[in-house]
Design a protein around this ligand. Structure first.
Ligand SMILES: C[S@@+](CC[C@H](N)C(=O)[O-])C[C@H]1O[C@@H](n2cnc3c(N)ncnc32)[C@H](O)[C@@H]1O
Length: 251
């Protein structure tokens, strides 16, 4: 295999021809998927969450040291579940800003979470350097175009000592675990999404969720990209074999 040079982009997954043919069209296609699925996302996410709902997100943020008064940037905020939980923890004395490129997802988030929202991608944050105590990203690492560019941006907007917290679903190690996840996320979840919402677009969003999960680069690549972006104390904790928490600190 050709060695990866330090400036080469790291795509989180290969081109997915059933959703877009050309990588230059990827972000537009992804935005379209999430715009169309936005009104059903919360309901369907409940089906998919494997216990990773609001409770789980809150546990992760508290475990990472989020406290009253802190400033949080939630990248790929979607319909705002992480932002809403972060607000509960930081209270009114803190700051919560959510970023997402999908207008449809932000429309739902604005009705739910007490936060400021900005329409943008994680790879190019329209935010000043060293603004935040914590940067969060829930179940969206697969959607950036380049892990290297995204992680550099995340480090840039964190203050010295600030924490990065990424939640993601990872393929299980065992072949039985992988087969079960494939059955659940690849077949059952899109079917339930289709039947419960009667919308083809929502089922398509769920199929994209699965295809990007299945084809995502493995955890060592993500950990290495975090270190190369300059994060310290980089680690990954795994719960129930599939829920990964990636953390790093800006020093
Ligand atoms: C599965 S949703 C995650 C929502 C939420 N964070 C959660 O915890 O449920 C993925 C989100 O990633 C967003 N997204 C897609 N491309 C992105 C990019 N390049 N940068 C940041 N977010 C992106 C989508 O618009 C979508 O809202």
């Amino acid at each position: 295999m050709r060695p990866v040079t330090s400036s080469e982009p790291i795509a989180p997954h290969p081109t997915l021809p059933s959703f877009y043919d050309d990588d230059r069209d990827r972000q537009r296609a992804v935005n379209d998927l999430f715009d169309k699925g936005s009104r059903d996302y919360d309901r369907v996410n409940g089906i998919l969450s494997f216990g990773s709902g609001y409770w789980y997100r809150g546990e992760v943020l508290r475990g990472a040291g989020l406290k009253e008064g802190m400033r949080v940037l939630d990248v790929a905020t979607g319909t705002g579940p992480v932002a809403a939980v972060a607000r509960e923890i930081v209270t009114k004395s803190g700051l919560v800003v959510g970023v997402d490129p999908s207008g449809g997802m932000l429309h739902v988030a604005k009705r739910k979470a007490d936060a400021e929202f900005i329409r943008a991608v994680g790879e190019a944050l329209p935010i000043r350097d060293e603004m935040f105590d914590m940067l969060t990203m829930g179940y969206a690492l697969r959607h950036v175009s380049d892990l290297r560019a995204a992680f550099r941006e995340y480090r840039r907007v964190l203050r010295n000592g600030g924490q990065l917290v990424i939640m993601e679903i990872t393929m299980p190690q065992s072949s039985v675990g992988r087969a079960l996840l494939r059955l659940y996320m690849g077949t059952i979840a899109p079917l339930i999404a289709r039947l419960s919402t009667r919308r083809r677009d929502t089922a398509r969003m769920m199929r994209y969720y699965w295809e990007t999960t299945e084809s995502c680069v493995p955890p060592p690549v993500i950990l290495d990209a975090l270190r190369r972006a300059g994060f310290d104390e980089v680690r990954r904790d795994v719960k129930w074999g599939i829920l990964s928490e990636y953390r790093g600190v800006r020093r």
